[in-house]
Design a binder for this molecule. Sequence first.
Ligand code: CO
Length: 290
Amino acid sequence: MNGGSRTNPDVIAHYQEAGRIASRVRDETVKTVEAGVTLLEVAEYAEDLTRQMGGEAAFPCNISINEIASHYTPLLGKSEFAARDLVKIDIGVHVDGYIADTAGTVEVETNHHRTLIETAREALDAAIKETRAGVTTRHLGAVMEQIIKAKGCRPVPALTGHSIGRYAIHNGLNIPNHSDAAYSNTLNADDVIAIEPFNTMGSGRIKHGEARIICLNNTKNPSNPIYQKMKSQFNTLPFTSRWMDNPAELEQVGTLLRKYPVLIEKDGYAVAQAEHTTIVQENGCEVITA
Ligand code: CO
């Protein structure tokens, strides 16, 4: 539990609205991925559609290709999609701080990675069917691992789902995609959790790349005026220099920043992902990004 106020129907309604927007943005954005289109065009499409629908981006549109598993967002370059790219589109939307987080995977033109894509979806669906109050996060991980391995793939243990709170993408709980995580928690009714299996034909080990996504530490009242200005713009949610009028200001808040390095499959194998955000209930869960 967190916040204690989520049972408030108004809070649930905010999550549902964020979920409705995120779901539509995910589906429409995936359709724009084509050879020759730039990553920047697709990211800006997603972020613009989010605002047009009355939401705000809860983090920069993540566009992670092939062995890049997560946390990649285009900056101002001209890089384009190409045939055979396995593309993960990960969308975060918030409405007044209440966040929905959802992702899908698509392959450009070819069909070499159908098993990877289907396996991510099946693992996600199976975990959702098991999600209810009283279930442990380890159980959800075991359910996902079983499906991933049955399809001849491996999970990516370093990447996990997560609980969500107001203005908090990661709110304390991790939802593993495998059975032997060192941690486990029992889900409670009203917990908001994003479930996101990642799978690969490689080892599933991860290395870190440069950070393209950053967020402000939740420091109380630092005197730095640039921090104050950025805090009022981004709160504690992840953002990118692409969203800043003056990216040079980042140098003035260096120690107050948290960086999200790009996460890459160590041996270069393609990674697929599927993700929904759910609200845990006594006897099941509500998928707000369906
Ligand atoms: Co997520």
